[in-house]
Design a protein around this ligand. Structure first.
Ligand SMILES: CC(C)(COP(=O)(O)OP(=O)(O)OC[C@H]1O[C@@H](n2cnc3c(N)ncnc32)[C@H](O)[C@@H]1OP(=O)(O)O)[C@@H](O)C(=O)NCCC(=O)NCCS
Length: 217
C-alpha cells in the first residue's frame, strides 16, 4: 500500500547517524553483508559504523536523501524517525573507499574484535575490487545504497528515494549506475535500469550485478 505521506528531503548532518542506523537495519540480512560479516552480533555493531562512513562521504560529495516518519506518527519524539535513506554520489565522486578511511578506524576498533575486523577488511576489499573492476567510466550519478526500515517497506519509501535521484539525473541528462544482489534486479528494472555487469567476487560471496539507466526526456 502506497503511503500518501512519503516526502523526500535532504538529510541534515545531525540526521546522518540515524540514517546510518536505518541503513544498518535494512542491510542486516543482505546476502553480501552476511558474507562480509558472517557473525550476527558483529554485523549489528559494524554496519552502523560502515554506513556512518559511507553516508558522510555521500553527504560531502553528493546527497543523502531521507524519508522521515510524519510528525503525527512520531508523537512526542523530538527527533524524527528515519524511515528510509538513499546515498547518491555525483559524477566522478563515486568512490567511498571506506576501508581506507582512517578517520573511521577508532570507531571500527570499538565495534568488533580484531579477528572479525580483519575478515571484514579482507572481504570488504575483495568486494571493493570486484566492484571497481566493472564500474563504468562514463559520467553518471551513482546510487551507492538505499535502505528502508523493515516496518516501512512496501509503502513507497524506497521508490520515492530512488525516483527523486532519477528525476535530478534526468534533468541533468545523466545516466545512473548502481550495484545490487540478483534478487533486486526486477525491482530496479521497474525504474528503467538494465543489468550491464556481473560482479563476481568469488570465494563464496553471492553474485551481484551492476545496473545502468540512461536519462529519460
Ligand atoms: C529494496 C528496498 C529499498 C525497497 O524499498 P520499499 O520502500 O520496500 O519499496 P517500495 O515500497 O518503493 O516498492 C514496493 C514494491 O517493490 C516490490 N519489491 C520489493 N522488493 C522487491 C524485490 N526484491 N524484487 C522485486 N520487487 C520488489 C514490492 O513487491 C512492491 O511492489 P508493488 O508496488 O507492486 O506492491 C527495501 O526493501 C530495502 O531496504 N531492502 C533492504 C536493503 C536493500 O537490499 N537495498 C537495495 C540494495 S542497494
Amino acid at each position: 500500500m502506497i503511503d500518501d505521506d512519503v516526502r523526500v528531503s535532504r538529510a541534515t548532518s545531525e540526521e546522518l547517524p540515524r540514517c546510518a542506523t536505518t541503513m544498518a537495519e535494512a542491510f542486516h540480512d543482505n546476502a553480501e553483508f552476511r558474507w562480509i560479516i558472517p557473525d550476527e552480533d558483529t554485523r549489528s555493531s559494524l554496519l552502523p559504523v560502515f554506513f556512518g562512513s559511507s553516508l558522510r562521504h555521500a553527504a560531502a560529495a553528493g546527497t543523502v536523501l531521507v524519508v522521515r516518519r510524519p510528525p503525527s506518527a512520531a508523537g512526542e519524539r523530538s527527533e524524527a524517525e528515519i524511515r528510509g535513506a538513499a546515498a547518491w554520489c555525483p559524477p566522478g565522486r563515486w568512490r567511498p573507499a571506506w576501508w581506507r578511511d582512517l578517520s573511521n578506524a577508532p570507531r571500527m576498533f570499538f565495534a568488533a574484535a580484531p579477528p572479525q575486523l580483519r575478515r571484514f577488511a579482507r572481504r570488504g576489499s575483495q568486494v571493493d575490487r570486484a566492484m571497481r573492476d566493472v564500474h563504468p567510466e562514463t559520467p553518471h550519478w551513482y546510487l551507492a545504497g538505499v535502505g528502508v526500515s523493515s516496518d516501512a517497506r512496501g509503502t513507497g519509501v524506497g521508490s520515492a528515494l530512488i525516483r527523486a535521484g532519477l528525476d535530478r539525473a534526468d534533468a541533468q541528462g545523466l545516466p545512473v549506475y548502481l550495484e545490487c544482489v540478483r534478487e533486486l534486479i526486477p525491482y530496479y528494472e521497474r525504474f528503467g535500469f538494465e543489468e550491464i555487469a556481473r560482479i563476481d567476487v568469488g570465494d563464496g560471496c553471492p553474485d551481484q550485478v551492476g545496473m545502468w539507466r540512461e536519462p529519460v526526456g
